[in-house]
Design a protein around this ligand. Sequence first.
Ligand code: FAD
Length: 458
Amino acid sequence: TAAVVLFTSDLRLHDHPPLRAALEAADEIVPLFVLDDHIADVGFGVPNRRAFLADCLGDLDTGLRDRGGRLVIRSGRPADEVCRVATEAGARDVFMAAGVSPYAQRREQRLRAALEAQGCRLHVHDAVVTAVAPGAVTPSGSGSDHFAVFTPYFRRWSGQPVREVFAAPRAVRVPHDLGSETVPSRAAVAGVAEGLVRGGEKAARKRLAGWCREGLAEYEARHDDLAGDATSRLSPDLHFGTLSPVELIHGARSAGGPGADAFVRQLCWRDFHHQVLAARPAAAHADYRTRRDQWRTERSAADDIAAWREGRTGYPVVDAAMRQLRHEGWMHNRGRLLAASFLAKTLYVDWRIGARYFLDLLVDGDIANNQLNWQWVAGTGTDSRPNRVLNPVLQGRRYDPDGAYVRRWVPELRGIDGGAVHEPWKLSAPARNLYSYPEPVIELADGLARFKEARALG
Ligand code: FAD
């Protein structure tokens, strides 16, 4: 017998419950990845993520070949392709990870219906993409289908049993006669960020080992240090599933200590946003909490939006963050908070415009995490203090006190020592003229006044 394993956001061999179940159920398996037309059609298949995905698929194929198998790749609509491959392989059972995003859930429903129509079964496994499935913990008694506040969710999430971690299989047998498209290559993708990291399970496990050895213990103390760059940088690996969140949680809990605790809490944020989006799919585009904001738009704020995108707002820490995004396809969390707050609150531009731009560039770009973090910052989401506005000068001086992060990403300002780099406009006129760096696009006080008026904050 043969069984199909459909890989989606779980491009790994370690700790892969559907793969393990398929290997127990069948003599031969078809490890399948479908290059999904829909993802390209909706503009989600942007260069940085396509390049990273190509790395991941290449590495998955290599990992399978090392074990006697190979990856089968097809293009099209997943339901059609999986049914076709199941027929070709004579397989009656298909194994996959549970869909977490609204699109993944629809994909799963369509696939189940199509497989059942041809007499096949779909076996879906939870705790593969997220550690705790959306909807698995709900605020009992309140009648709500999801948690709208993080802290009570975290409490309940922390008490959930976490399944054991599964080792990668030793051997995989794949039917010989199944056709496959060639594995995509990063080199064929144009427009990729220069500093984009390499994808794939092997690279991810190397990053993970380095992180556990060198970063985890200090995480709580250093996670907001912009220049120190002391976060795990595992978000692309979690997004593409080259690392398992369950394995990370077990690993961190066994390491113990404040750094590990803080890291597990961040992994919980990931599950939290996924359960919000699963319960409120419209929150991908519409305000989670209606605020009746009259946002500025592409048309009414074209110049400000362009300055923000290009990292020339005149606020050094915001510009540094936006330039890091362009160069690496990734941005430090504190940078994301500052850049997003600046666009949505100081410039008072519709959060969807910023969220779209992030999704176009972020290698970890993820509907749940991106849209709901943007909503959190814009004050339309789950933040219990929706009207706080981050001041980029104070935040810059606090999280980049020596200014090293700014100097790394804004070379025009490299000649300014220390924290003074956060306020180049304070330099005396002759010194100021040495730096070809823009004047601020807006006075912070003006931005704050407009925001307060718009939100009727008195
Ligand atoms: P670490 O600090 O090492 O955290 C470990 C892991 O926890 C991360 O890899 C991530 O999976 C998860 N995590 C950490 N913080 C958050 C958070 N606030 N929400 C959800 N999960 C979190 N994260 C994405 O994965 N994809 C996105 O598209 C995304 N867009 C964002 C947009 C904005 C405006 C903001 C403010 C945050 C966004 N984040 C997003 C969350 C966070 O910034 C990144 O997950 C984090 O910076 C990734 O770096 P890291 O792996 O070093 O994180």
